[in-house]
Design a protein around this ligand. Structure first.
Ligand code: NAP
Length: 311
């Protein structure tokens, strides 16, 4: 068993910033990450709307810099998975596979994961043509036609990235108006390799050993159509990573869509527990807003700890 002032769960931009503020505020801090430091931004190659980098910056470099910065203030980074959490008489107990940590406060920054389409063939062909990460899998489709499903920022940005590898990139959207930011729409429309298929409802992914077709329904004519492609990249939104919280002994308020409910200070329904980043409901999901939330959550938790543990 170890003791820390603050446990931060999730190593994306929100968690790394919370760790920076917490450890720089001289609270002993551990950040627990079960998979990849960087979180969802690791799924993209480049970011150009994070301030301070006029030419953009690679997400790997940005993450690496954030990690180095928190380590320089003595945050302990633990690559492990949280298995349970509970309230103690004072503070909380966080259990991972390898450790038990007694703490005064917790900040949840577990982020979100790509949402699935939920159609036949999606699960069977995941890793065999179906992907949720263009940076990871794009190079497998050199000079082949691929399909991107979705009409948001992620779908369009990743479709533009995929034009580097594929010889044709279809973007299939369920409406005739895109959700993505206008600047990204404009950029995608200028790409010769990109072709939009609007009012199209994905029905089934088919293939043999690997993906060969997407079957979809034309929403206007109700006709069932087929599109021959080698890869399908699905970007239809995100789902907050809160199952591990629901399955723990902590009774954190989580809304019907899985987001953690917080007040304006990013405090959850439990004193001493805060949340930040893509796991909370908000109007703008960006690295810049995750970073802001992470700083506020850590600052407010520090105030709580100073007031409650002033013995
Ligand atoms: P999103 O904005 O929620 O867009 C999801 C897209 O998928 C929408 O176009 C939606 O259609 C479509 N969709 C949802 N369910 C579907 C289904 N079952 N079948 C077919 N299509 C479906 O998600 P996102 O693009 O992943 O972005 C998540 C958040 O991150 C957003 O807030 C976004 O602004 C932000 N983000 C920002 C940047 C950036 O600033 N550079 C980059 C990436 C992401 P409808 O439009 O009809 O709902």
């Amino acid at each position: 068993m170890i003791e820390k002032d603050v446990v931060i769960i999730g190593g994306g931009p929100a968690g790394l910033t919370a760790a920076l503020y917490s450890s720089r505020g001289l609270l002993s801090t551990v950040l627990i990450e079960k998979a990849i430091i960087g979180g969802q931004i690791a799924l993209s190659e480049w970011i150009e709307n994070y301030p301070g980098f006029p030419n953009g910056i690679s997400t790997a470099e940005l993450t690496n810099n954030m990690k180095k910065q928190v380590e320089s203030f003595n945050t302990q980074i633990m690559m492990d998975e949280v298995t349970d959490m509970e309230t103690l008489d004072r503070g909380f107990l966080v259990k991972t596979w390898g450790e038990e940590i007694k703490t005064k406060g917790i900040i949840f920054t577990p982020g979100a994961s790509p949402r699935k389409l939920g159609i036949p063939g999606e699960d069977i062909f995941t890793g065999r043509g179906v992907s949720y990460c263009a940076t990871c899998d794009g190079p497998f489709f050199k000079d082949m036609p691929v399909l991107v499903v979705g009409g948001g920022d992620t779908a369009l940005e990743e479709a533009i990235y995929l034009t580097k590898h594929a010889n044709k990139v279809y973007i299939m959207h369920r409406r005739d108006k895109l959700r993505a930011n206008k600047i990204i729409q404009e950029r995608a429309r200028k790409q010769d390799k990109i072709e939009f298929i609007f009012n199209a409802l994905p029905q089934e992914i088919v293939g043999d050993q690997k993906v060969s077709k997407m079957i979809y329904k034309d929403k206007i004519t109700e006709e069932i159509k087929e599109l021959e492609i080698n890869g399908i990249f699905i970007f239809v939104g995100i789902t907050p990573n809160t199952d591990f919280i629901k399955n723990s002994k902590l009774e954190i308020a989580i809304d019907e869509r899985g987001y953690i409910s917080v007040d304006k200070n990013l405090k959850t329904n439990i004193e001493g527990i805060y949340a930040a980043g893509d796991v909370i409901k908000k109007s703008l999901y960006q690295v810049s807003t995750a970073v802001g939330d992470g700083a506020s959550a850590a600052f407010n938790l520090q105030k709580y700890i100073e007031e409650s543990y002033d013995e």
